[in-house]
Design a protein around this ligand. Structure first.
Ligand code: ZN
Length: 142
């Protein structure tokens, strides 16, 4: 089964032009063993946790740029994705950025917290933060 963090799409992107497909991603301590296909055969290499984590966040930030944000109240936002589907993002005390989408629910289930593309749309486009950590630090010092 694919892990939420160590998944095939992320692995393919992290390997750049090296691979044309992913055979398997096996999570290990602080890294994953990635087995991949090339034009001429197969290969395997280790990719670190930090690389996967950065790719995971970057993918969601990138998705957020095609979304539109509409403020409902000071803490509630309606965010439409590129297909026009609306999601509800709620800023909670303590700096958590909740959403009613499946991606957010999956992240909470796996990591205990999370931030989806809709959350990043509010943080980046509307509030002007670069990332979740900056937002949470600002919340603490207010
Ligand atoms: Zn969401």
């Amino acid at each position: 089964m694919e892990s939420l963090l160590y998944n095939h799409d992320e692995a393919l992107e992290l390997l750049g032009g090296l691979a044309i497909g992913i055979n398997s991603v096996t999570p290990m301590k602080r890294r994953a063993a990635v087995s991949y296909r090339t034009q001429t055969g197969n290969g395997c290499r280790f990719v670190g946790f930090n690389a996967f984590a950065k790719a995971f966040v970057d993918r969601r930030k990138h998705q957020s740029f095609s979304m539109t944000v509409c403020e409902i109240t000071y803490d509630d936002y309606r965010v439409k994705d590129s297909q026009g589907d609306p999601y509800l993002v709620t800023l909670q005390g303590g700096g958590s950025v909740q959403c009613n989408c499946e991606d957010y629910r999956n992240q909470v289930k796996h990591f205990g917290e999370g931030c989806c593309g809709h959350g990043y749309a509010v943080l980046i486009q509307w509030l002007g933060f670069r990332n979740l950590r900056d937002y949470q630090q600002a919340k603490r010092t207010l």
